[in-house]
Design a binder for this molecule. Structure first.
Ligand code: ADP
Length: 217
């Protein structure tokens, strides 16, 4: 976590922050003068520092230091990321599908969680790898067992919506000890939900990597 918190600023950007800390509010022109550079040369650095939240700029006043630390800025940024920015395409099977078909779908689509829907695309269940593995240990004919018998079913399914914060979804994945949540949309005035996406631990891992490599913060 330490490495992610560390914000890579260039030497010149550090210098600019120091100048603004000590002499702000200060105009771009004045900062340039102190560094013996032109205003144009500084423009990209000032843009980066304001976009990433270290500095703020007010017209006719100039730049001032926001006083936010790197980790405060990172926290703010994490709390703005929503599900829709990272969700994957959902893989669904029909409730009448057999366990055998569900296993084939899981391999073919290369996913760890399947969502079970009825003929109107309404979410009715979830199938995990171990749900299928458990059934496979028995002596039953997997082609004869419908997934509806072994799935976890509504209303016991933890869901999320596209505008939810990723950090809240991550918390749900931890609390419920599951690998994925269906991203749903309410239909029929909230009486039913349709699956529109899939949010998995892999998506959350991608958030972490993107944050670490994001040069703005
Ligand atoms: P695995 O069982 O392969 O370790 P999970 O940890 O995701 O995978 O699933 C654990 C159990 O929780 C399974 O029985 C599965 O049906 C159920 N489950 C998975 N996702 C959800 C969810 N979003 N809401 C409710 N139950 C779920």
């Amino acid at each position: 976590m330490k490495a992610v918190m560390k914000i890579e600023l260039t030497g010149r950007q550090e210098q600019i922050i120091d100048i603004v800390k000590n002499s702000g509010p200060i105009t771009g022109e004045q900062i340039a003068e102190k560094l013996s550079l032109t205003r144009a040369t500084l423009r990209p650095d000032l843009a980066i520092l304001t976009m990433s939240g270290f500095l703020d700029a007010r017209p006719r006043v100039g730049y001032f230091y926001t006083g936010k630390t790197g980790s405060q800025l990172l926290t703010e940024k994490v709390k703005q990321i929503t599900v829709q920015e990272y969700q994957s395409i959902p893989v669904v099977v029909n409730q009448s599908s057999s366990v055998y078909d569900a296993i084939c779908t899981m391999f073919l689509e290369d996913v760890g969680t399947l969502f079970v829907v009825d003929e109107y695309s309404t979410l009715i269940g979830v199938l995990s790898r171990k749900d299928l593995l458990r059934t496979s240990l028995g002596k039953q004919d997997l082609e004869a067992v419908p997934v509806s018998i072994i799935m976890t079913r509504m209303p016991n399914i933890t869901v999320c919506q596209k505008d939810d914060l990723i950090i809240d979804v991550a918390q749900k994945l931890i609390d419920k000890q599951i690998d994925a949540l269906p991203v749903v949309k309410e239909v029929d005035r909230g009486t039913k939900v349709e699956v529109i996406g899939r949010l998995t631990k892999t998506n959350i891992t991608k958030v972490l990597v993107d944050l670490a490599y994001d040069e703005l913060i």
